[in-house]
Design a protein around this ligand. Sequence first.
Ligand SMILES: C[S@@+](CC[C@H](N)C(=O)[O-])C[C@H]1O[C@@H](n2cnc3c(N)ncnc32)[C@H](O)[C@@H]1O
Length: 209
Amino acid sequence: MTIWDQIYKNHQKGGSAWATLSEGIDPRFIDLIGKTNFKLKSAFDIGCGTGKYLGYLQSKNFRVAGIDSSETAIEISKKFLGDSTDLVLADMYDFKIPKNKYDLILSVSTLHHGKKERINKLVKRIYDSLATGGIIFITLPDIKFNNKSNAFKDDKEIAPDTYLPLYGPEKGLPHSFFSRQEIDSIFSDFKGIELSIDKIGRWFVVGTK
Ligand SMILES: C[S@@+](CC[C@H](N)C(=O)[O-])C[C@H]1O[C@@H](n2cnc3c(N)ncnc32)[C@H](O)[C@@H]1O
C-alpha cells in the first residue's frame, strides 16, 4: 500500500481531506481548456487521484487516460469515470507512456514526489508522449515559498531541496522543490512556456510541443 493509498482509505472512512482532496479544478485549467483548440482531444493525467480532472475533461468530450500508484485512487476513479476508462495502477517514474499519443498531458501536485533526476527524466518522457502541438499542464512546488513557510524545516533533506517528511500523513514520501530557473531548464524542450504561481507556492507550467 502506498502512502497516498492510506490517505485515500482514511478519507473514505471519514478522515480529513488531506491536500488536494479538498480542492476543486484549478481555474487556470478551466481557462486553458476553454481557450485551446485541441485537435485530438486525448488527455493523460499523471497521478490522477480521484479522477476529478479527467472527469472535467470527459464532460468536455475528451478521451481520457491516467495512472496513479494508489490502488484506492484507481478504484475511485474507475467508479467515477466508468470501468472502460484507460486507468492504470503504475509508478509514474517507471511507466512507459505511449509516444506521440496525447494532445494534453496534465499532472497536478504529483510530479514532485521523487528525487529531481527522476522528475527530469519523466518530463523528457512526457515531451515524447505528446503529439506535435500538444500541451502540458503541470504543477511543481516552489523552493523559496517552501523555505519561507518553514513547512519542511524539521524533515529530512535527502538531496538538495528534496525533503522526506518525518511525521504526518505523507511521512516518508519525498517532496522536491524547485526554483524558477530550474523550472525553465527542466521544461526547456517545450515552446511558449507560461508560468504562474498560486497562493500555496505551486508553479503551474503550461507549454507546447
Ligand atoms: C496530492 S495527490 C494529487 C491527486 C490529483 N492529481 C489531484 O489534483 O487531486 C498526489 C497523487 O499522486 C499519486 N502518486 C504519488 N506518487 C506517485 C508515483 N510515483 N506514481 C504515480 N502516482 C503517484 C498519489 O497516489 C496521489 O493520487
